[in-house]
Ligand binder design. Structure first.
Ligand code: HEC
Length: 93
């Protein structure tokens, strides 16, 4: 292989990896599989709930995710926050 071919192959593989990662994260499935171990969705709608703003929601989701030790990418965390906001919190961020 020439250097150019190697370079093109590397770029193609990186692009494929990026696309696969983006397509793989499904916030709803991740949430139901991983986030429901310690609490159910009732904590999102209870009164009074702890989280009262979009930024507090981002912080809480990051803290809870850190407990799982899965270290989500920031884009995936953002999708998870959006999932909770759309279905439960409904803040206008
Ligand atoms: C290791 C246990 C644990 C796991 C796993 C966990 N949480 Fe939590 N979570 C908690 C605890 C404890 C609280 C606080 C509950 C309380 O105050 O009664 C909480 C509270 C929350 C709240 C705030 C609820 C409110 O009152 O507004 C949100 C939002 C939340 N978790 C999201 C998540 C998400 C998203 C995940 C998955 C990434 C997750 N949690 C996984 C333990 C966990």
């Amino acid at each position: 292989m020439t250097q150019l071919q190697i370079l093109l192959t590397t770029i193609t593989l990186m692009l494929m990896a990026a696309i696969t990662t983006a397509a793989e994260f499904d916030a709803a499935s991740y949430h139901d599989a991983r986030c429901m171990k310690c609490h159910g969705t009732e904590v999102y709608t209870r009164d009074p709930r702890r989280v009262n703003s979009f930024s507090a929601l981002e912080g809480q989701v990051a803290r809870c995710d850190a407990n799982l030790g899965t270290k989500l990418f920031p884009e995936d965390l953002a999708l998870l926050v959006d999932h909770l906001n759309t279905n439960f919190y409904k803040f206008n961020n």
